[in-house]
Design a protein around this ligand. Structure first.
Ligand code: NAG
Ligand code: NAG
Ligand code: NAG
Length: 357
């Protein structure tokens, strides 16, 4: 267990370290960081989001026979992240957790939702692409400040990380699902409320603290121009192993977004410990594409440093959480599904003006 605690976090500590000029980002031993997506790494037990399978009654166990199929259901496994650290109890007992499955028939149409606004002060984005051992992260440099507002957001939120989650096979790997369908990957743009809080960690502990924009990704013949910059061979092979980092500049974040899109929003949580219930999620309802070659290069990234065995980063998502009675709001009118989303409400507004390409 001692060596398991060496896992490094994509948390605030690492964020600030990566923003510095130092190329080496040293993983600090940190019990606060003792979690994983899979139940163990290299034979050392590290708690995954649910209890490890050996804790389940074996088939033929009288208990599982009594309860029929109950034990087959993944949600019957105890939520482990919440049990190993008192500060993460929301992962176990929270009722506003993420990710969720979005059933489109449950989405309430809200005609008063304004369009999403992105502000970069007209500057190109730069920052560090980073293999955290759990995700592919892009950590923007302190300048330019990238702000997002509009949609359901009442405050301006500042971008602090772009995170990429993906699966071992196509069609699975996103955290959120739409109508019980997963996607090959999910891009999460993580922002904090800069009007109320000074930084990400303070915001993640307060009300209205965070806003996360999610974009779903399919494997297809074409490739999103922003993701191509991150996933081209020259770039992605620089972050093959845990703690590898590579500096990128001249990025246009607006190119990540589809030309026109609708969105669905709900109140949820961080999908990693401490599972804070302070996140306004905004799910973009039009998927992006990447090529199968780019997907393959993602799956070749390792969770481990080069000195340890290769374990693919893929499968780095939390299992679905119950939606319960939470509202899902959308800006598309389901009474007119045939109507393509046209007009300024269905475009990203960049630095004030509707973004047209
Ligand atoms: C982002 O928001 C902050 C605080 O509201 C503001 O000071 C800053 O000018 C904004 N940045 C851009 C590029 O609009
Ligand atoms: C974040 O803000 C809080 C409260 O404003 C402060 O105590 C803390 O040191 C800040 N953390 C970092 C990493 O700057
Ligand atoms: C993604 O690929 C599909 C199938 O090739 C295509 O129909 C769709 O328009 C593409 N989406 C984007 C945003 O380019």
């Amino acid at each position: 267990m001692g060596s398991a605690a060496r896992l490094s976090a994509p948390g605030a500590l690492v964020l600030w370290a990566a923003l510095g000029a130092a190329a080496h980002i040293g993983p600090a031993p940190d019990p606060e960081d003792w979690w994983s997506y899979k139940d163990n790494l290299q034979g050392n037990f590290v708690p995954g989001p649910r209890s490890p399978s050996p804790f389940l009654p074996a088939s033929g166990d009288p208990a599982s026979e009594r309860s029929g199929t109950l034990y087959m259901c993944i949600s019957s496994r105890p939520p482990f992240w919440g049990l190993v650290n008192a500060a993460w109890s929301l992962c176990a007992v929270g009722k506003r957790q993420s990710p969720v499955d979005v059933e489109l028939k449950r989405v309430l149409y809200d005609p008063f939702l304004p369009p999403l606004r992105l502000s970069t002060g007209g500057e190109k984005l730069r920052g560090t692409l980073y293999n955290t051992g759990r995700h592919v992260s892009f950590l923007p440099a302190p300048r330019p400040v990238v702000n997002v507002s509009g949609g359901p957001l009442l405050y301006s939120h500042r971008l602090s990380e772009l995170r990429l989650l993906f699966g071992a096979r196509d069609g699975a790997g996103s955290e959120h699902q739409i109508n019980h369908q997963g996607f090959s990957a999910e891009v999460q743009l993580i922002h904090f409320n800069q009007e109320l809080y000074g930084n990400l960690s303070a915001a993640s502990r307060g009300p209205n603290g965070l806003a996360i924009l999610s974009l779903f990704v399919n494997v297809a013949g074409s490739s999103n121009p922003f993701l191509s910059r991150l996933l081209n061979r020259d770039t992605i092979t620089r972050i093959s192993y845990k703690n590898d980092a590579y500096f990128l500049q001249d990025l246009s974040l607006e190119l990540l977004f589809p030309e026109s899109f609708g969105f669905i929003t709900y109140q949820g949580s961080l999908s990693t410990p401490p599972c804070s219930e302070t996140v306004t999620w905004i799910l973009i309802d039009r998927a992006l594409n990447i090529t199968s070659l780019q997907m393959h290069s993602l799956r070749l990234l390792s969770q481990n440093p080069p000195s340890q065995i290769f374990q693919s980063l893929s499968g780095n998502g939390r299992p679905l959480q119950p939606l319960a009675h939470r509202a899902l709001r959308g800006n598309r009118d389901p009474r007119h599904p045939e109507r393509r989303c046209r007009g300024p409400n269905y475009r990203l507004h960049v630095d004030g003006a509707p973004h047209g390409r």
